[in-house]
Design a protein around this ligand. Structure first.
Ligand code: 5RP
Length: 232
């Protein structure tokens, strides 16, 4: 699939998911190129249809885009609930285990997701996999002592790589932390790995989102299709 085809599928999934946002809702807005299409569509509905909703964003980037459309964005601590959060994902398997954080927003994404009544992911069909792990697993790490965390990951065979920007400097998250990508190729025991990562001192959060999502809207050449998680 070339990029133009992939973008068309992402856009179709984003437009479909925008229908889930209705007047008066508090909606969590994710991060990434698929979510950009979602926010474009929500912006169009605000302008053309008078849609009124309040957003909680998972990154400053999404906040800027949403506000450019006049969408009202509030701090997560200023709302007592989030009706639905719509976000992208890097991979998802048939057990609804996924990897997120390709856009370095995994920490805020997990906080927003955890406080949402419903979680929906929008992906193109290439993200639906048999076994997660081909996509390098992002881990958000405190900069102080990050070298030691990386050495521990190396000793465990996790093949860690500190994520760098175009200038060769460490990428910083919205919380000013580093991202270390684990090149695992496949993750057969995601729960065990999640436990190991989150109990490593210096790790803030990891990009394993295990059985958290309620619904995945998949951009498919035949039209968006929905995978519903019956085990939540
Ligand atoms: C950002 C994320 C994104 O949702 C994920 O990387 C998917 O991005 P895209 O829609 O650009 O493929 O987790 O941290």
């Amino acid at each position: 699939m070339d990029k133009a085809q992939q973008d068309a599928l992402k856009k179709a999934a984003g437009i479909e998911a925008a229908k889930l946002v209705t007047d008066g809702m508090i909606a969590g807005l994710g991060t990434g190129s698929t979510v950009r299409f979602l926010v474009d569509e929500l912006g169009r509905r605000v302008k053309e249809e008078g849609l009124q909703f309040t957003g909680v964003t998972t990154s400053r980037r999404t906040q800027e885009q949403a506000e450019s459309y006049g969408i009202k964005i509030v701090d997560i601590d200023d709302v007592d609930h989030i009706d639905v959060t719509i976000d992208g994902a890097d991979e998802v398997d048939k057990n609804f285990n996924g990897i997120k954080g390709g856009g370095a927003a995994l920490l805020w994404e997990k906080i927003v997701a955890t406080n949402s009544n419903q979680i929906v992911w929008i992906v193109d069909e290439s993200k639906v996999v048999d076994t997660i792990g081909k996509f390098p697993l992002p881990v958000e790490v405190i900069p102080f002592g990050a070298g030691h965390v990386i050495k521990k990951f190396e000793a465990k065979g996790y093949k860690p790589v500190l994520r760098l920007d175009a200038e060769g400097k460490p990428v910083r998250t919205d919380e000013n932390n580093y991202v270390v990508d684990l090149h695992l190729e496949r993750i057969d025991h995601p729960q065990d790995l999640a436990e190991d990562l989150i109990t490593t001192v210096g790790v803030v959060e990891h990009g394993l989102f295990l059985n958290m999502v309620d619904k995945v809207i998949v951009g498919d050449p035949n039209g968006p299709r929905v995978m519903t998680n019956g085990n939540k």
